[in-house]
Ligand binder design. Structure first.
Ligand code: ATP
Ligand code: LTN
Length: 335
């Protein structure tokens, strides 16, 4: 235990606001799994973030549990990493409040995700949606994380977290480790685009353009066959002029481990009629074991419960250490 603490720490989380997608797998979870041996990793199901937009309670509960099953099925190992549910560790909300007092209104107003989500949910722009990045900063800073493996879209939030930490450290004295975003290379899935509109990010909120980890093979194949491409025939990477084909090439490479050059060579002289189903097949094979294992784990609720309970206890101990330090620094009376 003691010498484990010398390892660099990793923290990341995903909201249980919909099924996990190929985008979140390639942008984030793949790296989470790979980082487990070298780092001290903490991975979270951020249900408190999910209620920043309206959720159906029964669905939220079910999806949080399914998400844990999918985390395990992807290869996250509770023996190596701490896996837990955010609302089970109250220190997140507590530190979130404190950090909100060290965050500027103007900083939060500049967040791209807030601008997008407040357009999507124009009838329900809550204070929680606005202060979302502060809670995310609390998530990361509670664990003194060095690295935060996320997709490209989350870079801005991690930078804000770093700014908040730096400000707090400056006002008091060194309290928080300054975290760094850990993002895959572009050709390894930093930003997987929608199959329906390759100019938009693949996202849970766009069912046709997105592949879910739990989609059966025939659904995956149908989505790839319908993927938007262009009116040429050559399979080559050109993000500006061929966004659809470039996205499919990226997915193919991330799924098979091939380089862009190898992938282009493999499909040289072949049309999209061959290329699109081949990408579908690669993704089917990538996701098959994950889907099967997650379905098996969902039948063992007792195991899932023991994983999240044990995770919350371990997470709570680490989080409380940081929170005690923060209370002292800001001048709260010790309990
Ligand atoms: P929503 O549609 O609710 O915003 P989402 O589909 O964008 O959700 P998140 O839960 O916000 O997914 O993201 C989970 C993690 O996966 C984050 O680290 C995010 O950066 C990453 N991620 C999500 N979508 C993609 C994508 N298309 N490409 C690469 N990474 C992604
Ligand atoms: N904002 C992230 C989810 C998230 C997160 C975090 C990611 C909440 N807290 C802490 C990394 C670290 C998202 O929307 N995908």
């Amino acid at each position: 235990m003691e010498n484990q603490e010398r390892k660099k720490r990793v923290f990341s989380g995903i909201q249980p606001s919909g099924d996990l997608t190929l985008g979140s797998y390639m942008g984030a979870i793949k790296n989470w799994v790979a980082m487990q041996d070298e780092y001290d990793c903490v991975y979270c199901i951020v249900d408190m973030h999910a209620i920043t937009v309206r959720q159906n309670p029964a669905d939220l509960r079910r999806r949080a549990l399914e998400q844990l099953a999918q985390y395990l099925a992807c290869g996250l190992d509770p023996e190596k990493s701490i896996l837990f549910v955010q609302s089970h560790v109250p220190q997140h909300a507590e530190l979130g409040w404190i950090l909100g007092c060290y965050t500027q209104f103007g900083e939060l107003s500049r967040m791209t995700q807030f601008k997008q989500k407040s357009q999507q949910h124009a009838d329900n722009i809550t204070a929680g949606l606005f202060t979302y990045p502060v809670l995310m900063a609390a998530d990361i800073l509670l664990y003194q994380a060095d690295f935060v493996p996320v997709g490209e879209d989350q870079r801005q939030h991690v930078e804000l977290c770093r700014d908040i930490a730096q400000r707090f450290n400056g006002v008091y004295s060194d309290t928080f480790v300054l975290p760094e975003a850990f993002i895959p290379r572009v050709d390894q899935g930093a930003r997987v685009m929608s199959l329906g509109n390759p100019l938009n990010k693949m996202s849970k909120s766009d069912p046709e353009g997105c592949v879910n980890l739990m989609d059966p093979p025939e659904v995956i194949q149908r989505k790839f066959k319908r993927a938007v491409t262009d009116s040429e025939t050559s399979v080559r990477y050109d993000k500006e002029n061929k966004p659809g084909v470039s996205n499919l090439l990226t997915i193919y490479c991330a799924a098979t481990g091939k380089s862009l050059e190898e992938a282009e060579a493999a499909f040289a002289g072949q049309g999209y009629g061959v290329f699109k189903p081949a990408v579908g097949d690669a993704v089917i094979e990538l996701l098959r074991p994950i889907r099967e294992e997650a379905a098996r784990l969902m039948k063992d609720k007792a195991h899932l419960e023991s994983v999240y309970r044990e995770g919350a206890q371990r997470a709570g101990r680490v989080a409380q250490r940081t929170l005690d330090k923060v209370h002292r620094k800001v001048g709260f009376i010790a309990r």
